[in-house]
Ligand binder design. Structure first.
Ligand code: ASP
Ligand code: MG
Length: 415
């Protein structure tokens, strides 16, 4: 049995959905197909949640209805009957009725209930399309088998509970060879919908592959595989045919856009290979990620934009460094900030993390006990197999706020 994951960019058009069929129809194995929301749907649903939690219900409903039109047009263009529209309408109505009746306006809670809609819609469309094209696939509801805690925007998966549910859900028979399900979403033990963090569908696919003991996971992308750098930024980017789990985990953590950083661990635990392949050219080789030793010698560059460097200084020179680091990390962990760099001096500790709503909330809390300064709008560049020439080339004349290196990797935080 194999697991295939298709991202939002791959299925943002009718042609993309047809291509999913083309890819699948060439596959002899049993398959679980995991899909993300179509195109920019998740971004749009995030704006619905913002409007709604700011008590602007009409605006929330207006944006939602634009999304409804987009999905109906997709169904028309795929030549699907009105019954499919009706299935989507029921999903939209659940969210509309949530918006009208719910009384808990907590941002994160509402996020789960609203933003999860994107994957439900796309998975219904893909499943119905495959069925109409003659593939006998079943729709599986990830809310029933990915069981998580209640951190609604970045939920932690309960692997034991999820394991049992997954084994019960995907019961292949001679008749049922294909399942279509959602990435990104799950639910807490009370049945509220949760999400695994932006771009989390890869992680969902890895969990499903791991717990259902798949032979492999393939992530179908709009790039030929894992590249040594972002081709939009660096023209010398080249395809990496092989990567170790360790290299892949590190690269994705430091911003290689190719997969969600949490994807590797569930696969590595069971030694399940991950193939990253081109959605547009299904027979091209792509990248194989496995337990092989790292053979990577060419420079690999990952960048992360929109970083914030938060520095904490004691009010009274009373720094006990260990205590300050622990206290600060606990706060950052509570806001689920991903710390990409730490630097300390006797009088100051600094953390580099993704900027955004949670970073700002964490800063407010850190200010209660210390003096906090921050620099925002920074970029973190990580270069594997670096040399001085590459450092000069990629940092240009921008100010370097922090530079850290070991033998193989350098990380530079730039203004
Ligand atoms: N749809 C979600 C997002 O856009 C999850 C994903 O695409 O992996 O973040
Ligand atoms: Mg996506």
């Amino acid at each position: 049995m194999l697991v295939y994951k298709f991202g939002g960019a791959s299925i943002s058009s009718p042609e993309g959905v047809r291509n999913v069929y083309r890819i699948i129809s060439g596959c002899e194995n049993k398959l679980i197909i995991v899909v993300s929301a179509m195109g920019k749907t998740t971004n749009i649903l995030e704006t619905v949640n913002i409007a709604y939690t700011e008590r602007n219900t009409n605006e929330a409903l207006r944006i939602l209805s634009g999304l409804e039109t987009f999905h109906y047009e997709m169904i028309d263009q795929l030549g699907q009957p009105d019954e499919v529209k009706y299935k989507l309408k029921c999903l939209f109505e659940e969210v509309v009725s949530f918006i009208k009746r719910n009384e808990n306006h907590d941002f994160d809670y509402c996020y789960g209930q609203i933003v999860s809609l994107g994957e439900l819609l796309s998975s219904v469309i893909v499943n119905e399309y495959l069925r109409s094209a003659g593939i006998n696939s079943c729709w599986a509801d990830a809310r029933q088998f990915i069981i998580t805690d209640s951190a609604f925007r970045e939920a932690k998966v309960y692997f034991d509970k999820t394991d049992k549910r997954i084994k019960n859900t995907f019961s292949f028979t001679d008749n049922i060879k294909y399942y279509v399900t959602q990435g990104f979403i799950g639910s807490n033990p009370s049945g509220d919908i949760t999400t695994l963090g932006r771009e989390g569908s890869d992680y969902s696919a890895a969990i499903i592959a791991s717990l259902s003991e798949a032979e492999s996971l393939t992530i179908w992308k709009d790039v030929p595989g894992v590249l040594s750098a972002d081709p939009k930024l660096f023209s010398e980017a080249e395809l990496l045919p092989e990567l170790s789990y360790k290299d892949a985990a590190e690269l994705s953590y430091y911003g290689a856009q190719v997969m969600h950083p949490k994807t590797i661990k569930p696969l590595a635990n069971k030694d399940i290979p991950l193939y990253v392949k081109s959605f547009a050219d299904k027979d091209a080789k792509g990248t194989n990620i496995s337990s092989n030793k790292s053979l990577q010698t060419i420079p690999v560059i990952a960048t992360k934009k929109n970083q914030i460097l938060i520095s904490i200084l004691p009010k009274d020179f009373s720094f006990a460094l260990e205590d300050a680091v622990i206290d600060t990390l606990l706060i950052l962990q509570r806001y689920r900030l991903k710390v990409h760099l730490i630097q300390s001096t006797p009088l100051c500790i600094s953390f580099c993390a993704d900027d955004g709503r949670n970073a700002r909330l964490a800063i407010d809390e850190l200010r209660i006990d210390g003096l906090v300064q921050y620099n925002d709008n920074l970029e973190l560049i990580t270069i594997r197999n670096y040399n001085e020439k590459l450092i000069a080339e990629y940092s240009g004349d921008r100010e370097k706020l922090i530079m850290q290196n070991d033998r193989s990797t350098v990380r530079i935080l730039l203004k």
